[in-house]
Write a protein that binds this ligand. Structure first.
Ligand SMILES: [Zn+2]
Length: 334
């Protein structure tokens, strides 16, 4: 495994320099896990204004199906032929079938009774209960649907990241069909003679440019070729199944997620996507998490997703991963 990047230079007569010959450089980097490319642009990153929470709150005046007075009345219950419980509950977290699923097993886990939790307000207990609740669901999937091995716990936080309901919730899926992400990682695994997750961590440790820390259970790093603005990864040292995500392992994962979202908040970004990927039954697939901030670009709230990510499946960022890693390291041990 190698970190592959190609430096590109566009040349033109530069109006900012009296139309003298000039240009701009960018890098095309390949994610060693997926084989997909990402563009790293050498433009100065924009300083974003303070997040406009009032606009979100102002639009969110309607009915919430996830609030405590509605959740039992309006959310679906699991099929008793496939699941041991109608809904799963851990602390305040409640997991139930997604009324608008993408797959044969799509569930929603409402994380807490509180309708709106700001990015800096998530506590370890909220996340531990919510993820544990998702795990309870996945344990029952395995019992009755052993073919549904493509299992992930996902988070769209706030509308910019794709959430249509402000009330914080996770989305859990378990499918017999891989998403494109799984297919890409599996094709890398198939052509590699060694474990690609171990190779990635070893390469990051030796490069010492994006590696954040090695915990008891996970290696933490900033992805070489991010899927978004930046892309923080936690790669498990060991293969494990969802039912083993508990105690110290879960506490470490949750602690890292909270550090990451608090880091994102420093940049006036308040949305993110997170996915935690499992592949039960494949001991070569190390469970791992990717978390990417999401933002629109002022003043027009321009989407960061343009034709490149949408139709070419090629993300772009102006934040150099190595510089992000330097900043993350400063807050990580605190
Ligand atoms: Zn609510």
């Amino acid at each position: 495994m190698v970190f592959k990047k190609v430096l590109k230079k566009a040349t033109f007569l530069d109006p900012l320099n009296g139309f003298n010959p000039g240009g701009r450089e960018c890098e095309i980097r390949t994610d060693p896990l997926t084989g997909r490319n990402t563009r790293v642009l050498f433009f100065p990153p924009r300083i974003l204004p303070e997040p406009d929470l009032d606009t979100i709150k102002g639009k969110d005046t309607g009915f919430c199906p996830f609030c405590i007075e509605n959740i039992d009345k309006i959310t679906p219950k699991f099929n008793p032929e496939l699941f041991t419980r109608e809904r799963y509950r851990v602390g305040e977290a409640v997991c139930f079938p997604n009324a608008f699923p993408y797959d044969e097993n799509g569930a929603v886990t409402v994380m807490t009774e509180k309708h709106m939790v700001l990015i800096g307000e998530f506590t370890p207990d909220i996340l531990i209960d919510a993820i544990s609740c998702c795990v309870e669901f996945l344990i029952d999937v395995k019992a009755k649907q052993p073919e549904a091995v493509y299992q992930s716990i996902n988070w769209n936080y706030l509308p910019v990241a794709g959430s249509s309901i402000v009330h914080p919730h996770l989305q859990v899926t378990a499918s017999s069909v891989p998403t494109n992400y799984y297919s890409d990682v599996l094709s890398t695994m198939n052509i590699s003679g060694s474990n690609v997750f171990d190779d990635l961590v070893a390469l990051e440790v030796s490069a010492d440019e994006r590696f954040i820390s090695s915990g008891d259970y996970f290696s933490w790093l900033i992805a070489f070729a991010p899927e978004g603005v930046f892309d923080l990864m936690a790669v498990s040292h060991e293969y494990f199944e969802p039912c083993e995500l508990k105690d110290g392992r879960l506490a470490e994962l949750v602690g890292g997620i909270i550090k990451t979202i608090n880091f994102i908040k420093k940049y006036n970004i308040i949305s993110y996507n997170m996915s935690l990927f499992f592949l039960p039954g494949n001991g070569e697939f190390k469970p791992h998490m990717r978390l990417c901030p999401r933002t629109n670009v002022p003043p027009l709230d321009t989407s960061e997703i343009n034709y490149m990510k949408m139709l070419h499946n090629e993300p772009m960022t102006t934040m150099k991963p190595e510089l992000v890693a330097e900043e993350v390291k400063k807050i990580w041990s605190k």
